[in-house]
Design a protein around this ligand. Sequence first.
Ligand code: AVJ
Length: 323
Amino acid sequence: MATSAKVLSGPVAQFASDVRTGLCKSGQKELPSKYLYDPLGFALFEVITLLPEYGLTRADERLLRRHAKEIVSHLPSPALVSELGSGSGRKTRWILSVLCEREPVSYYPIELSRAALASCESELGDVECVSIVGVEREYLDGLREVAALRADGVHLLVLFLGSTIGNFDAGADARFLSQVRSVLAPGDSLLLGADLLKPLERMLQAYDDPLGVTAAFNLNLLGRINRELDGEFDLRQFEHVARFNEATCSIEMHLRSKTRQVVNIRRGGFAVTFETGETVWTESSHKYTRREIAELAVACGFCGEAQWVDDEWPFAESLLLAV
Ligand code: AVJ
């Protein structure tokens, strides 16, 4: 009789396979940043957005609040709204409530994090005339699903806020935006939030805050492996590192092994050796220039309709039209 090995399926199997691929690579070990957002990671990210050193989310929200009327004035009516990675949904309130002054709005947040979808539904549930339909899918799959629901003559507005675009590897941001474009019809719009290049110290502080919240957010990825894959990481044997990569113009987060250690990931059926000082790269956050955003848009089949930049924290909100 065969021994009954535990068979993994669905999202846990995918997680196990991505962790194995990333940690068993020769050279720089890595883990995909999308896995930072389990319920604990999502809650820690929400705290990050409150940190004085991390101005990104507040700048994004300020721009949307201050310019919601003007942004909406560029959009044809009726419009359907979808958001790639809604997070808590707090920033989106301003656009939705202005749109609602014209017509009832359907809003489709697309999120892999169930905790984020639940938060979004309760955060925005009180905005009158908005019906919220959460889509628990990868961004592009979700967007194709939403686009297929759209009736003739309805404008599609896609929100991609918070500089999540910056988390793609170099070149992958353009590939992703081109794929988004291919789901849209000419005249549809994309509101893109992107964090801008700023003085080095300011960028580093934002990703290595003195309270250690970002460190906890980063280390939680190992905690998640322990919880979901029965891993045996001792979180105290790793430390958070934030550094600026000049070549890619990105802040990178890494987890550095304090000692030489072998870690067993039991449900994955493998073990990983870490050398003293070796790091696992967990996130890149690219910092854009305004010119770069404009060029990216054109290369991906959009034209720039308007752009707003925050004066306290360099961050740009760009309204792009599909051509
Ligand atoms: C909001 C996903 C873009 O890269 O700034 C915050 C997440 N990472 N602190 C970012 C994050 C570390 C973040 N995004």
